[in-house]
Ligand binder design. Structure first.
Ligand code: 5GP
Ligand code: ZN
Length: 113
């Protein structure tokens, strides 16, 4: 746990969030600045700065399994959705605690900006 990290503090419930899923390993909560009708962040409770700091890649598979479950619960599995993981500055990462974005409820253009 990195006490100054925003998402570690959200995982510790020191900062409130709108939680949609939680287990011992992951937390999923609504993005405070949603870019789509459904915009949820999925984080491991353990701190990793970026994708480049992951060594156990089965963790990412478990995260994606949870994303599918949340997409079904949020009613966007049939219409479709996008998952995004921004990595470092050019990737647009602003919070350096590994997270997936789950976006849905509208058509997503491609390529992204
Ligand atoms: P990144 O740009 O690092 O991929 O994504 C960070 C995301 O975290 C952004 O979409 C931003 O809106 C969201 N965010 C930043 N601060 C907070 C917060 O305090 N609470 C919640 N729920 N989301 C946050
Ligand atoms: Zn953290």
């Amino acid at each position: 746990m990195v006490s100054t990290c925003l998402f570690c503090r959200i995982a510790a419930k020191e900062i409130p969030s709108q939680i949609v899923f939680e287990d011992s390993e992951f937390l999923a909560f609504k993005d405070v600045n949603p870019q789509a009708p459904v915009h949820i962040l999925i984080i491991p409770k353990s701190h990793y700065n970026t994708l480049l700091d992951v060594s156990d890649f089965t963790m990412l598979g478990r995260a994606q399994q949870i994303i599918i479950r949340i997409a079904e619960e949020q009613g966007i599995a049939q219409s479709g959705f996008r998952i995004v993981m921004n990595c470092r500055d050019d990737g647009g990462q602003t919070v350096y605690h590994l997270h997936y974005h789950l976006l849905g409820g509208r058509f997503m253009a491609w390529p992204p900006g």
